[in-house]
Write a protein that binds this ligand. Sequence first.
Ligand SMILES: Nc1ncnc2c1ncn2[C@@H]1O[C@H](COP(=O)(O)OP(=O)(O)OP(=O)(O)O)[C@@H](O)[C@H]1O
Length: 370
Amino acid sequence: MRLLSLAIRDFRNIASADLAPSPRATILIGENGQGKTNLLEAVYLLATLKPLRAGRLAELVRFGEAKAVVSGDFAGAGGSRTIAVEVDSTGRRATVDGKAQDRLDSYFEGLAAVCFSPDDLSLVKQGPEGRRRFLDRAAFNRWPAVLGEAREYLRALRSRNAALRGAVPEVEASFREPLVRAGARLLLRRRELLRELTPRVAAAFAEISGPGAPAVSLAYRGAGGLELSAGDEAELGARLGEILERRLARDLERGYTSAGPHMDDLVLGLNDRGARLYASQGQQRAIVLALKVAEIENLRHALGRPPLLLLDDVSSELDPQKNRYLLEYLATLPAQAFLTATDRRLLEPAAGPEATFYKVEAGRFGPLFP
Ligand SMILES: Nc1ncnc2c1ncn2[C@@H]1O[C@H](COP(=O)(O)OP(=O)(O)OP(=O)(O)O)[C@@H](O)[C@H]1O
């Protein structure tokens, strides 16, 4: 899938923008607070229907306006199509060639987007939420059906939590079953994803760190001691069900579900020691870079081409050696990418002959010649 044109209306500080992205690198240069990240956020929303950083979709609508619209023409193996997403205070609506979509399969067909921003660099040190988010977004990129599956889990979780707060054990029992079913599905997706990603993360980390580097490891830590390494979906569900049964008295007391995919963690290690506690700042960043490269490589392998890449001012946050690695890696990748920086010199090595430059000023995008 290649994005041929992009139209944005009333999205954050962008009143109206029409861009013709490069088939390779589209480079956005501007001072702080001008709208570079907002543009990446618009592309990310279009490609994934998820907000990149907003807590609520309504935050994306330009102050004083009723709705934001992002649309793009994509060319793919089966011809070209226009996809669009509209956001207002009631939620979002997606269309393909102007037609509303109940099921999103035809919307996502062939689409995947990976974003790398300075916030990601603290992924190792942060709490588990950021790492779960990484896993779930990577799983969704890999299998778009995960969007619906994760929603189903969230719905079941909310219902069970409401039942727990009602403190009626008989009612809770009828809400546990759908939660366990949806939970087992997500656990299986995460396990499969980790199976695919682990060797790629190890290879990328070794390449970034050079000879003599420690070995990186990824381990899934299931809340309540849930064991993920073996068993089919039914077995995983049975295990999760047992844990919820064991914790029922506590969950009723607290009014929320204390185990399940929403409480699990991805434990990152270096030579089998927790990277969160023992890895240096540079090593932690190398692990994050390796996770991103692994995700891109995995999608490239699975989809037959790299995903759409969004890199938000990452070069200013990485040390020169890691930045060089990243830009050289990108230069070899036949990927369509959007990159931002305040200083264009930082991105020159990733530019290539087909790069398109834009200058970003107060939500407007003007030409900037190489
Ligand atoms: N809903 C909104 N409506 C209008 N403006 C908004 C909205 N949300 C954010 N903004 C404005 O967008 C600007 C931030 O843009 P953005 O985050 O894209 O900056 P940036 O160019 O990436 O800067 P930096 O280099 O600092 O990351 C801010 O001035 C902010 O006030």
